[in-house]
Design a protein around this ligand. Sequence first.
Ligand SMILES: [Zn+2]
Ligand SMILES: [Zn+2]
Length: 337
Amino acid sequence: MKAAVVRDFTAPLTIEDRTLPEPGPHQVRVRIEACGLCHTDIHAARGDWPVKPTPPFVPGHEGVGIVEAAGHEVRHVRVGDRVAVPWLADACGRCDYCVTGWETLCLQQHNSGYSVDGGYAEQALAHGDYVVPVPHGVDPLDAAPLTCAGVTTYKAVKVSGARPGSRVLVSGIGGLGHLALQYARIAGAETVAVDVTDEKLALARELGADHVIDARTQDVAAETQKLGGADAAISLAVSSASFQAAYGALRRGGTLVLVALPAGGKLELPVFETVLNGTKVVGSIVGTRQDLAEVFRLHQLGRTRVIRESRRLEEVNACIEEVLAGKVSARLVFDLR
Ligand SMILES: [Zn+2]
Ligand SMILES: [Zn+2]
């Protein structure tokens, strides 16, 4: 089977022919139909973060495909089912995080395309209890971006406390932000979209943003304060300046939700204002299996739209360059069918 492999953090990925993996008792083997390219995959391939994966490895945590073989202990899914293989490859299932709905914080977790091989391949092994069924009628090319970009922003909107009548600012209307904006609207919030390209600002308007701010020419904090300030700001742009602007846009009691991970990113907070204003700052990492099931259901119901472009797996290195150059206006998805 064909796979895109990271052999060295300083070299391009190589397309290799690997032997077909056999699933263990609790595993399934998934014939991958589609896998999205998330910025995290680039960080993985380049060893950007303090905890690094060990080459050789196969990136990808937005894999979607059909279960082709299942170990004898697998009960939750069957051969022939369409499933998603998300970032949370598996967790211990017993710690306080796992049993209280915070499996994404489990210290024993494994991560697809990072600590275990992921979806940049024709076939991938996954834990039978941690794959998430993709409902009928959801296109695999849509399901792939929903598996990370979707669930990550859906969870961030939940964590933000968005509700009818609240005002939510979404900073960065790209692969993640265009979904965050839609989830904030589903939650009933008044939405403020911030970006720095005409194309993305137009997309925000098209998706129904109540207010659109061009951070190139407008002061994000001042403009949002004119509206009364944001109850929550979700930071998805990979830029430290956008974090500061999002913080400044909050009203008293507001919540800043950090999601984007700029390499070495730092946020400087004025203690006095944070205390006096009762500001909350919270990090949000992906989402649980239940969150992802909800994301798929919303899409099946026609409540969300995924903006994406498909590519061949052989184009992986060119795709990475495209993303790094900021040339893509949508999620890139490898179509492996
Ligand atoms: Zn991701
Ligand atoms: Zn655990």
